[in-house]
Design a protein around this ligand. Sequence first.
Ligand code: UD1
Ligand code: MG
Length: 465
Amino acid sequence: MKIKVGTVILSAGAGTRMNMDLPKPLAPFLGKRLIDFPLAESLKMMNQLGSNSFVGLVTGHGKEHVEKYVNENYKDVDLKYAFQKEQLGTAHALRCYFDQIKEAKSCEYTLVLCADTPLIESESLHKLYKELEDNDLDGVAATFHEENPTGYGRIIRSVDCGFHIVEEKDANEEQRKISEVNSGMYVLKTSFILEHLYSIDSENQAGEFYLTDLFKDDYKVKPLLFSEKSSFAGVNNLEQLEKSEITMRKRILITLREMGVRFVDSRHTYVDSQNIGKGTFIHPNVSIDHLSVIGENVTLEPGCIIINSKIENGVTVKAYSHLEEVVLHSNCSVGPYARLRPGTDIGSESKIGNFVEIKKSKLDRGVKVSHLSYVGDAEIGEETNIGCGFITCNYDGANKHKTIIGKNSFIGSDSQMVAPISVGDNCFVASGSTITQSMNDGSFAVSRTKQVTKEGLAKRFLKSK
Ligand code: UD1
Ligand code: MG
């Protein structure tokens, strides 16, 4: 069976204008990488088209890193790679694709995308494809109007049918004023590409083989103007990267609002996750990364940072709390100013108060650690109350050790437990105790020096001050 559509994502460029140590496809974008976005949309389109299509990547600069990242993150997808050793231009990159990927030439259509246009949506790809099929054209390029078109190829429409593209560097003053620009996204008949691709030369200011030279005034090609310009923004420098991220976040916010998520002022909220439940209320300066999953009716107060965490329904995270790789079960409350580190699992109805740090610990239902404590490598049973200023001494300078505390126990303020140690259910530890020996269920422990009181002696010390 003839393959209908081959998609190629051009990702070999060095991205020098980004001024980054990473290859451009791996530039961080909304917690992921730039390449993830055009790749996800083309895979979406591929799924809609059925098994009759595939996606190929042309890699070059930082090839090993780009391919390693893609292979690790798209294990179930059969992606094809072509290598462009020298970055001689976009037409040269496409030649590498056809020369190295054997299925490429046999596709009826070829969809060309750039790795640096993260905002594209599969709907636009479909529109482009439909335009080509319906009008039996040889090629269609997606275009849009840009007030500040600097850096983009300008669209020069011919009076009758075709069009051509002039790159910024080659454009004269009049052409530079044109605001209709090339998105770098095309659908073309493969036979048309193969007929013209290899005769493209590098006679231009950049000395590169421009893919844009595929379009000529007397060819059966058409620019398809999209009104939604933000979908095609190219990312060539850090300003464009930031602007595109802001646009993408706005899209996420709109979807979340439609799903019933409420924001105090979304202009100052940084939400990359799309998994947030109805009735959740998000205050300013909250950051949520794309891996986090937040349930319904959760309140996230100002300044909370939530990284790769799962928060169940009805939880309140009070102001300025920092959560990383944490699970919060339903209706618990955390903060203000709590720091929950990786491996923390807080049971439902539990309460973690201000200036509490918890690491790699499991707290069951209804546990209270209300003030100024450090809990590390611990397990705490349900309904146990931990007093103010409690510390697990979990590190002996070489190794970490566990602290296990049973349920319904009361651990007095300013006490420490020197791990490894285990305290049973229904225990009572008097405040100020340093517990070094394990305790059976129902025990009481106090470990502090006896108080010495000398009547009237205070004045001696007060005077000396
Ligand atoms: C390109 C278009 C321009 C368009 C713009 C849209 C050309 C000549 N110009 O310019 O008309 O307005 O995109 O964003 O095509 N790449 C390779 N190998 C190379 C060179 C580039 O794989 O040798 C890849 C890059 O990694 C990138 C894409 O092709 O993903 C586009 O290259 P870039 O250098 O960003 O081209 P622009 O100057 O943005
Ligand atoms: Mg570009």
